[in-house]
Design a protein around this ligand. Structure first.
Ligand SMILES: *Cc1c(COP(=O)(O)O)cnc(C)c1O
Length: 414
C-alpha cells in the first residue's frame, strides 16, 4: 500500500484556487464597498458575455438563483412545476418556496436526463389531476453531470402545455451543443426563459457560495435584480408614493429624496458580495482552461474504463454535445460482482479515492412522499441503484483517471 499512501487523497470534486484568485480577493477586500461594489456588475457582464446571454444576475447561491427565477415568473399557489427526480433537492424545492407544487419527471436510466418522453408522462400526470388542479407554469430540465437535456423538444412540449422552461444549469457551465440549428452554449437561453448556475466549490468555477441567473428578457432581468435585494426599487420613475418620494418645496419635485426607496413586491437578501464576485471574475477567466481539462480527463477515463465493461460503464454523451462534464458518473452492476455500493465506496476510500452518489431520487424524500405519496419513477430508481461519481476536477493529474480505474478494478475484483 506504500504507493497509494504516497498519492494524495482524490476527492470526487473540489475547487481549483490559484494565486491570482487569492490576489483578486485580497484587492477586493481593500476596496470601499464589500457588498454591492463594482465587481458585481463586472461579474454579471463577463458571465453574460461568456455564456452568450443578454443579461446575468448574480445571487448568493444556486438555490437562491432557482428561487429568484420562480419569483420572477410570478409562480404561486395553485401552480405546478415539473422537475426531474434525479437532481439536487433545490430544483424541486424552489417551487415549494412559493407554495406551488412539484410534479416529478422520470429520467432516462442510462443518461440520468429528463427526456421529452418522461416530460410528456409528467405533463399527463399534471393534467390527470382534473379540474381545479394546479396549473403547469414551468419545466426545469437539469443538465445532469454536464450533459445537455434535449432543450428544443422539451421547450416545444412545455410551451404546448402553457409553461416556460427554466434550466437548472448548475452542472452545465462550459457545455456546448448543437441541436441541429448551430452551436449553442448552456446559459445562452436560446430555448428557455432563464438558466440558473451555482458556484459551490464542486461546480466548474467556485465562489465558495454563489449563483447566477441568465436570461434574454429585460423584464425578467429587472425583476430578478429587484427580488434579490428585498424587492426594493430606487428609480424615481418607479415610485408610486410620489408625495413621500419628491420634495415639492425645495426643488419643486425635480429629484427624488435621496433616502427614498419603495417596496412594490416582497423580496429577499440574495445578493452576492463584491468580494466573492472578485473570485467569480477571476475563476470565470479560467473557464475555458478548466473545461478543457475536464474534457481531457473524461477522455482518459473513457479510455481506461473500457476495460471494466460490461460491469462498469460511463454515462453516455448525447449526440451533438461537447460537455464540460461536472461529474464523472460510473454506472456499476453491483449485483454482478456481489458487492454493495457502500463496500465499493469504502474500498475506494481505503485506496485514497473519494466517490459520491448523485442523487437520491428527490421524489423519495420523506417531505415529498408525505405531500404527494410515492409515485413510480423506474428510470430514476434504476439510475440511482447503479451510479457512483468518481473524482473529476480541473487540477487532477493525467495519471489520476488510470489510478482511479485500477483501484476500481481491484475493489470490484475484476
Ligand atoms: C449545486 C446544485 C444546486 C444548488 O446550488 P447551491 O449553490 O448549492 O445552492 C441546484 N441544482 C443542482 C442541479 C446543483 O447541482
Amino acid at each position: 500500500m506504500a504507493d497509494t499512501k504516497a498519492a494524495a487523497f482524490l476527492p470526487y470534486g473540489r475547487q481549483v484556487i490559484e494565486d491570482d484568485d487569492i490576489a483578486a480577493v485580497a484587492l477586493a477586500l481593500r476596496a470601499d464597498l464589500l457588498t454591492t461594489g463594482p465587481r458585481v456588475a463586472a461579474f454579471e457582464e463577463a458571465f453574460a458575455a461568456k455564456v452568450g446571454a443578454r443579461h446575468a444576475v448574480a445571487c448568493s447561491n444556486g438555490t437562491a438563483a432557482l428561487h429568484l427565477a420562480m419569483m420572477a415568473l410570478g409562480l404561486k399557489r395553485g401552480q405546478v412545476t415539473i422537475a426531474p427526480s434525479l437532481t439536487f433537492l433545490a430544483t424541486a424545492n424552489c417551487a415549494r418556496f412559493e407554495d406551488a407544487e412539484v410534479q416529478f419527471a422520470d429520467v432516462d436510466p442510462d443518461t440520468g436526463l429528463m427526456t421529452p418522453e418522461t416530460l410528456e408522462m409528467a405533463i399527463s400526470r399534471v393534467n390527470e389531476q382534473g379540474s381545479g388542479a394546479a396549473k403547469l407554469r414551468a419545466v426545469l430540465p437539469v443538465h445532469y453531470g454536464g450533459n445537455p437535456a434535449d432543450l428544443p423538444r422539451i421547450r416545444a412540449l412545455a410551451e404546448a402545455a402553457g409553461a416556460v422552461v427554466v434550466e437548472d444549469a448548475c452542472h452545465g457551465l462550459g457545455t456546448a451543443m448543437d441541436f441541429g440549428s448551430g452551436r449553442e452554449q448552456i446559459g445562452d437561453c436560446t430555448h428557455s426563459a432563464m438558466a440558473t448556475f451555482s458556484f459551490h466549490p464542486v461546480k466548474t468555477i467556485a465562489c465558495g457560495e454563489g449563483g447566477m441567473v441568465t436570461t434574454n428578457d429585460p423584464v425578467l432581468a429587472e425583476r430578478l435584480l429587484r427580488l434579490r435585494s428585498h424587492g426594493m426599487v430606487r428609480q424615481p420613475d418607479a415610485f408610486s408614493l410620489t408625495a413621500m418620494a419628491f420634495d415639492e418645496i425645495g426643488d419643486g419635485g425635480r429629484d427624488a429624496n435621496p433616502w427614498f426607496y419603495e417596496m412594490p413586491q416582497i423580496g429577499y437578501n440574495y445578493r452576492l458580495p463584491d468580494v466573492l464576485c472578485a473570485l467569480g471574475i477571476s475563476q470565470l477567466a479560467k473557464l475555458d482552461r478548466f473545461a478543457a481539462r475536464r474534457r481531457t480527463l473524461a477522455g482518459l477515463y473513457r479510455q481506461h474504463m473500457a476495460e471494466l465493461a460490461p460491469v462498469v460503464s460511463l454515462v453516455a454523451t448525447p449526440q451533438g454535445a461537447n460537455p464540460a462534464l461536472h461529474l464523472m458518473v460510473a454506472l456499476i452492476d453491483f449485483k454482478a460482482v456481489g458487492l454493495s455500493r457502500k463496500q465499493v465506496m469504502d474500498g475506494l476510500a481505503a485506496r485514497g479515492i473519494g466517490s459520491q452518489v448523485h442523487y437520491i431520487p428527490v421524489h423519495r424524500q420523506p417531505y415529498y412522499q408525505d405531500r404527494y405519496g410515492l409515485i413510480d419513477l423506474p428510470g430514476a430508481d434504476a439510475f440511482y441503484s447503479r451510479c457512483l461519481s468518481l473524482p473529476l476536477f480541473a487540477d487532477m493529474e493525467d495519471s489520476d483517471p488510470e489510478r482511479v480505474v485500477s483501484a476500481l478494478r481491484a475493489v470490484l475484483g475484476l
